[in-house]
Ligand binder design. Sequence first.
Ligand code: G3P
Length: 219
Amino acid sequence: MQLYVDSANLKDIKHATSLGFVSGVTTNPSLLAKEDPSLDIKELILDIHKSVGGHVSVEVVSTDTDGMLREADEILSWFPEATIKIPFIPAGLTAVAALSKQNIPTNVTLCFTAIQGLIAANAGATYVSIFLGRLDDIGTDGIQAIEDATEIWDVHQLDAQIIAASLRHPMHVLACAQAGAHIATVPYKVLMQCLNHPLTDKGLEAFLADAKKMQAQKG
Ligand code: G3P
């Protein structure tokens, strides 16, 4: 399972990608709205693209197909490798089908069921983002939606990649990997939580202390 960072914060993205295990970034309007309002969105997206050197999903905000396709053109004029993130609404599916015919990668977002994922895949989506944290938030089993999707993908050998999104904690990352999601897009804070283990820190402390002791005995 590949790991992406779900963020629009350049500092966090630069740090996460510098660690060598992050292969993409997903953004959305709410993440962008958390950033300094004086930042130029295009410049920010281009900086994100430069620092990742991999997948970057940029979301459209139109709700009609023509508007989405116009926005896609604009985003692609910024950098042609962009993945166009499109909400799971009927107008979005039409836009996905049109972009798919032009071999432009799309990420269908706001999917909450495996069926929505299946529909998006049939429309030609390259990626389908299934949100699990928001399902958990309303007392529904988010992981089940990911498991349902991976089961369908296994049976039908679909080409689209399943992105597990809306992750809240490291156990979500583990469960998504176990369920067979192709990608998990993880908030920076949760990625950092995944790096920490007290026994790693304690073990390193002991190794370094012993190495120092050994050097002192030799010298
Ligand atoms: O990638 C989608 C994700 O950003 C949604 O996360 O935490 O707003 O549910 P959240």
